[in-house]
Write a protein that binds this ligand. Sequence first.
Ligand SMILES: [Cu+2]
Length: 276
Amino acid sequence: MNRRLLVLSALSLGSAVAAPTPLTVTATASGYRAPATVAAGAVTVTFKNSGKIPVDLAFFRLKPGVTDAQFQAAATAVATQSAKDASWKLNQMVEVAGGVGDVPPGQSGAATITLVPGKYLLASLDADEKTHKTALSMGFLKTITVTGSAMGSAPAADYKINMVDYRFELPTNATAGRHTWQVMNSGKEPHFALVAKLMPGKTLKDAMAALMSQSQSGPPPMDFEHAVFAQVLTTGHAETVTWNLSKGSYVVVCFVATKDGTEHARMGMLQQLDVK
Ligand SMILES: [Cu+2]
């Protein structure tokens, strides 16, 4: 094949599998900084935290008839944990297309998500543990408009996690190192996936016991500090993340709550993942 044909075939391959659109969102002292628009389709979100507090980022799409004010009130109720069914109520109003979990100041995180044309709200449901001041009230609420028809497609993933009500379908062949993971929600309820390594000598049973006990005594059996995360996804949504897991046993857990306030972790979404 001559050089010209090689170039042509490379170009046609390129158009068949378009790379995700890059989007950078920055957390500042006064909230998110982000472009006003982004192209529809697969979007690789890089979330940089140049602020002073850890914060996360999620892409919310309001269901028809839901106003920004209604969203803000419902999201604030979740952030301040003002009612047992706050999370459930918010979830009736929105679709969540994923995003990036908490990023400490000075660091960044990334995820590839899929966006359809229309308006989304970038928001964080975090609140300061001591002051209860919400990220929303600090400016972590911003509109972004998704334009055009779907362009990029999501990258192929090395491993997949499928979330159903209330269980993770996990790979049994995961190996250590840098890999792409596609996390998808095939359930009816929203879910997320927090992956935390078990502390030396600790088991899934210890993790369950710690979760069920009301009083916190001693250090947690999981290493939450170095946990990796796939953001909340509602039905049919997926995100692709790159995780660098070392060899060992992890727990995969979802803390989204049902209408009566029960965390999914207590209903089965606390499972072991072995990385070889
Ligand atoms: Cu869940």
